[in-house]
Design a protein around this ligand. Structure first.
Ligand code: PGA
Length: 249
C-alpha cells in the first residue's frame, strides 16, 4: 500500500550546466517509470532551473535544507516559502552531514520540519547512527531520540506530509551498505515508534526510505524488504543511468 519513493540527493555537486544535463537525462530516462514516486534534491542555486526542466514530469524537486524563519536578516539562508516559490515540493531535513558539519540538532530539525509543512512542502527527516554508536549497540536508542525529537509536537495530520529516511552514517558515501536485514530491522523499529506515538495508521502509511551507498546492485534487495519504502541516494544519483536503474527496479 506504500508506493516506493526513490530520491536523489545531489549534495554539493554539479554546476548549473551539469545540473540541467542531469535533470534532462532523468526526464528522458524516467518518462515511463510509473510505479514509483521520484524526487531529486539539487543544490539551492540550481533549483529553479531544475524545476523548469522537470515541470510536467513525475519527478519532484526539493531543497537539501531550509531555515525555519519565514524571512528576514538571516544571511545565507533559504526559507520554505522561497523553495515553494521556485517550484519545490519537498525538502530534506537533518541530513547527517548537516548534523555533523553545521550543528543541526533534533530541536532545529523540529523547527525546520514545522516550517516546511506550514509552507506546504513535504519534508524528509533523515536519521541514523554513527559507527561508534552501532558498535556500542546504541543504534536504536540514537534513532529513537532523533525520530521523536524531530517529530516532537506533531499531529497525525502533520505526519501526512512527512517521510523518514534511515541513513546509517557509516554507510553514507563509504561503499558500505547496511544489509537488507539490518536496514529492515531498523525500519521496523522506526515504524514501531511511529505507531506508539501517532497510531497504527500513521505508522502504516508513512514511508521510511533507506540511504547509504544504495546503488543498482543492491537497491532491489533493499527495496524488497517489507519496511523499506524506497531510497535516498547520494553518489549514484549523480549518474542518470544509475538513478534510473534504481528507480526502475
Ligand atoms: P550515498 O549518500 O548514497 O552517497 O551513500 C546517501 C545520502 O547521504 O543521502
Amino acid at each position: 500500500m506504500r508506493r516506493l519513493l526513490i530520491a536523489g540527493n545531489w549534495k554539493m555537486n554539479t554546476d548549473l550546466r551539469e545540473a540541467i544535463q542531469l535533470a534532462t537525462a532523468l526526464k528522458r530516462q524516467l518518462a515511463e517509470a510509473e510505479d514509483v514516486d521520484l524526487a531529486v534534491f539539487p543544490p539551492a542555486p540550481f533549483l529553479a532551473d531544475v524545476c523548469e526542466v522537470l515541470q510536467d514530469t513525475a519527478i519532484e524537486v526539493g531543497g537539501q535544507n531550509l531555515y525555519h524563519e519565514p524571512k528576514g536578516a538571516f544571511t545565507g539562508e533559504v526559507s520554505a516559502a522561497m523553495l515553494v516559490s521556485v517550484g519545490c515540493k519537498r525538502v530534506l531535513v537533518g541530513h547527517s552531514e548537516r548534523r555533523q558539519y553545521f550543528g543541526e540538532t533534533d530541536a532545529s530539525c523540529n523547527q525546520k520540519l514545522r516550517a516546511a509543512i506550514a509552507a506546504g512542502l513535504r519534508p524528509i527527516l533523515c536519521v541514523g547512527e554513527v559507527l561508534e554508536e552501532r558498535k556500542a549497540g546504541r543504534q536504536e536508542e540514537v534513532v529513537k531520540t532523533q525520530v521523536l525529537g524531530g517529530l516532537e509536537g506533531f499531529s497525525v495530520e502533520d505526519m501526512g506530509a512527512v517521510t523518514v529516511a534511515y541513513e546509517p552514517v557509516w554507510a553514507i558515501g563509504t561503499g558500505e551498505t547496511a544489509t537488507p536485514e539490518q536496514a529492515n530491522s531498523m525500519h521496523g523499529f522506526i515504524r514501531g515508534l511511529l505507531a506508539e506515538r501517532f497510531g497504527v495508521d500513521v505508522a502504516q502509511t508513512t514511508r521510511i526510505l533507506y540511504g547509504g551507498s544504495m546503488k543498482p546492485e543492491n537497491s532491489k534487495a533493499l527495496a524488497s524488504e517489507p519496511d523499506i519504502d524506497g531510497g535516498l541516494i547520494g553518489g549514484a544519483s549523480l549518474v542518470a543511468e544509475k538513478f534510473a536503474a534504481i528507480a526502475k527496479g
